[in-house]
Design a protein around this ligand. Sequence first.
Ligand code: GTP
Ligand code: SPV
Ligand code: MN
Length: 627
Amino acid sequence: MAIAHTLVPRVTSVAPSYQHGQAPDYDTASMAELRAWVDTIAELTQPDRVHWVDGSRAENTHLMNQLVDEGKLIKLNPEWRPGSYLARSHPSDVARTEARTFIASNREEDAGPTNNWADPTEMRATMNTVFAGSMRGRTMYVIPFSMGPVGGALSHIGVQVTDSAYAVASMSIMTRVGASVLERIADGDPWVRTVHSVGAPLQPGEADVEWPCNDDKYIVHFPDTLEVYSYGSGYGGNAILAKKCFALRIASVIARDEGWLAEHMLLVRVISPEGKQYHVAAAFPSACGKTNLAMLRPTIPGWKVETLGDDIVWIRPGTDGRLYAMNPEAGFFGVAPGTGESTNITAVETLWGNTIFTNVALRPDGDVWWEGLTDTPPEGLIDWEGNPWNPASGKPAAHPNSRFTVSAAQCPQISDDWENPEGVPLDAILFGGRRASNVPLVVEATDWTHGVFLGATISSERTAAAEGTVGELRRDPFAMLPFCGYNMGDYFAHWLNVGKSLRFDRAPRIFQVNWFRRGDDGRFLWPGFGDNARVIDWIIRRVEGQVSAEATPIGRIPLIDDLDLSGLTIPEADLAELFDIDPQAWLAEADSTEEFFEIFGDRLPAALRSELDALRYRLAQTQRSLT
Ligand code: GTP
Ligand code: SPV
Ligand code: MN
């Protein structure tokens, strides 16, 4: 396991001709094209200054000091949290805005029924209107970035222009930024264009606010030309355009065309007590446990987990018939609430310093706090809106979607291979969601097609990661509902095709998991967190063919005796309920799946319809045998 030496910001080499903040003067046609594009955006948005980001430590220090001087960041007490800052967003700008997220593909059917489609010609006109003069009074930063190690075979590069220094600071942690990326562009590597403005121009002499943003928001993707325009929001996936906009929505389109997969997944290396390595990727919807599983500390002896990624994985079929997976990001943008020593000590250790916190509470001693960090809140907290917190108010001190931004290299259990440009071979893929009922703790798919059916039919209770009603059940196929840049029906077909390109004995096994099943009294039936290693242990033993499983209508489940529950005291009734499969409830689930599938019309692969038929058939059989 690697000990993290690298501190944020990541320092990349500076080309000799590259002056701090200035446009690089590489004399190549592709660099001229980049400079011309930057000029066009500047002409439209009218910033006071243009600053080319070089990714150097000096530049980062300057930027952070400037943000503190402007009152946009609070420097935390270095005694407790060196090199760390707190940002407070505007209360109206706290999460991704799915209703304002658009796929402006040339053909409406390419966006599909799960995306907001916009006519690209009309949307371009709208963008030209809203971005006109939108950066007045501000600096426009030009950020060259790489997703994946610079120059890696699976990597892709992009450029984000933004008028938010906070977005620059975040991008510097979340991606590889700097001159080495410009060298690739100068050499002619293709790059994705992304444009971001908070939509709050300043009149001469007008004072800035703590968190500039605009009530009018647009997060727009042009998949046919590989461009992103984001307007009005400074928060998370709306502003760090390399993340959801590029590495998922745009990358999924590139992946469709090139035969690979861009997924909303975590990636871990699991090492068995025998010392054998396995690689597991897992797709769970937003705020459903990816970061926690990525940083798992097993509670059962002998097992070790190393972190490779916590949110996005790019997966390619290899020539050997296996799937290879790589995390394209360089940092974690993780949910703060619920992160504590008893749940995710690895994250707590990762956050020792060099971290930007957003919308958490401030302690009187200049450190931070959020619900779940400790059992009892400290005295004298300032809440995420900057007001003294009254515990009796019933309002949380930290916003439910408050987050930390920190370099992956700081994670104490980061894998030595996390920057391996080849990626790692996958042994298992997990699909999960937040389901209070119906879905058992773990179910194994019978084959790849059934696994794709499990992924396609995930539903999950909504969380605070996006605007909407928390707790409401919604379909979130492959945890990609808000992130697939093309027709989800085609995406299902693509998954089936990728399966066909694998050697059947080398394709990863597919499982469905649910850490969130609840008892009648509302409590979680499964302890979760470190104890999820017990489920991983069973999954690995299935991969190795060491244990049998019970065939049920919905898939294969463990024989209880095969689960390592040593040291746990779970009432037998709870265990039974964790694996209970109620045929009536599942028939109703099948009806809802049919309704969901109908929205895709003839873009739904026939194989998934057959899977649904087969599921109903098996459920009906069980019903007969029960009655
Ligand atoms: P995004 O960054 O939005 O994609 O979220 P994520 O999928 O990485 O979710 P994360 O790991 O940050 O967890 C979200 C919330 O779920 C946190 O409040 C966690 O404490 C909680 N959580 C994670 N794993 C478990 C678990 O095994 N059991 C229970 N009960 N809660 C969990
Ligand atoms: C998610 O919502 O899945 C996130 C946070 O990882 S954001 O980057 O804001 O999309
Ligand atoms: Mn996520």
